[in-house]
Design a protein around this ligand. Structure first.
Ligand code: PSU
Ligand code: MN
Length: 305
């Protein structure tokens, strides 16, 4: 019988010894960023995590095996091969049984990272409640997965293509704590401020690590945490350009009948085309900053072990 789950030795050792580890998702490599930037960034963030003292654990599925810590050639495969399936958590069993490759979303990555005992995870922006959800019922599996996986996700809020206040309400309903890092405002993905205020904020990596520790002591051993890390205002996407491109993208979505899993990659692609590369630069910077912070929090967490 073959295995369905495999952790890279570097990652398994670090988890066992309570050393810092950061999980990274692969959907943003396969579907969120265009080639060749996707592969370059995936490699760059491995170096960023290492530079901060944390072992990087990119997560994805290769030949039906959930890999906790993709090897470089596996990252390359997920970045460059056409038609890599986008796997949410619920897709994992079927993709595994079929022996498929797959890129894991935040939902699937948080699920697998939780199983592997990894406490920190970095991405760009979470999935959430889509704008037309009242009709389409399109709500990402990301928030629900975080309600069940004990992983702190460092992100720049939720993608600004979504209904942000509805997503915050939904996270509240699910009981997933949200904390701002160095800011009382919920991050706006491409924009530094979503316009929504958070109840809680922390000002240092140590304080964020204290929140993760407190969750363990207070019976939240099966729940995730959202750490909102806004991009500084000086580096954000021009808000006017953002609103224009988003409005056009939403119109095209309807006109072309794009739905389901394709909505998020379609709209992100529209941004990358419609802003002359500006949104791509911002998206990459968000991811770098979130990996750096997640690594820093995991280092702070392991110091107090
Ligand atoms: N963050 C990014 N780019 C992305 C994503 C996140 O900067 O492409 C991906 C994540 O994998 C997230 C997914 O889980 O988009 C959400 O997709 P959906 O809305 O279909 O759940
Ligand atoms: Mn969806």
């Amino acid at each position: 019988m073959r295995g369905y789950f495999e952790a890279k030795p570097e990652v398994a050792d670090a988890v066992r010894d309570g050393e810092p580890v950061v999980a990274l998702e692969s959907t943003l490599i396969s579907h969120g960023l265009p080639r060749p930037d996707n592969l370059a960034l995936a490699r760059e963030v491995e170096g960023i995590a290492r530079g901060e003292g944390a072992a990087p654990a990119a997560i994805g599925m290769i030949g039906g095996v959930a890999k906790i810590g993709l090897a470089d050639d596996e990252i390359e495969l997920l970045a460059e091969e056409d038609g890599i399936p986008k796997l949410s958590a619920r897709d994992l069993p079927m993709a595994a049984a079929r022996g498929s490759h797959g890129a894991t979303t935040v939902a699937a990555t948080a699920h697998l990272a939780g199983m592997a005992g990894i406490k920190l995870f970095a991405t760009g922006g979470l999935g959430g409640v889509h704008r037309e959800a009242r009709e389409s019922w399109d709500v990402s599996a990301d928030p629900g997965s975080l309600a069940r996986a004990p992983v702190a996700v460092v992100c720049s809020g939720v993608k600004s293509i979504l209904d942000v206040p509805a997503t915050l309400e939904y996270l509240e309903t699910l009981g997933v704590p949200v904390v701002g890092f160095g800011s009382r405002s919920f991050a706006g993905f491409y924009l530094s401020d979503s316009g929504h205020t958070l109840d809680w904020h922390v000002e240092s990596e140590e304080e964020a690590a204290d929140v993760v520790r407190a969750m363990g002591w207070l019976g939240f051993g099966g729940t995730g945490l959202v750490v909102s890390n806004p991009i500084p205002e000086g580096s954000q996407l021009d808000p006017r350009l953002h609103d224009e491109v988003l409005a056009a993208g939403l119109r095209d979505l309807e006109r072309l009948g794009v739905g389901g899993k394709d909505v998020t990659p379609f709209l992100l692609g529209r941004f990358h085309e419609g802003t002359g590369g500006e949104s791509l630069a911002v998206n990459k910077e968000i991811i770098r900053r979130n990996v750096r912070l997640a690594a820093g929090i995991s280092v702070a967490l392991s110091k107090g072990k």
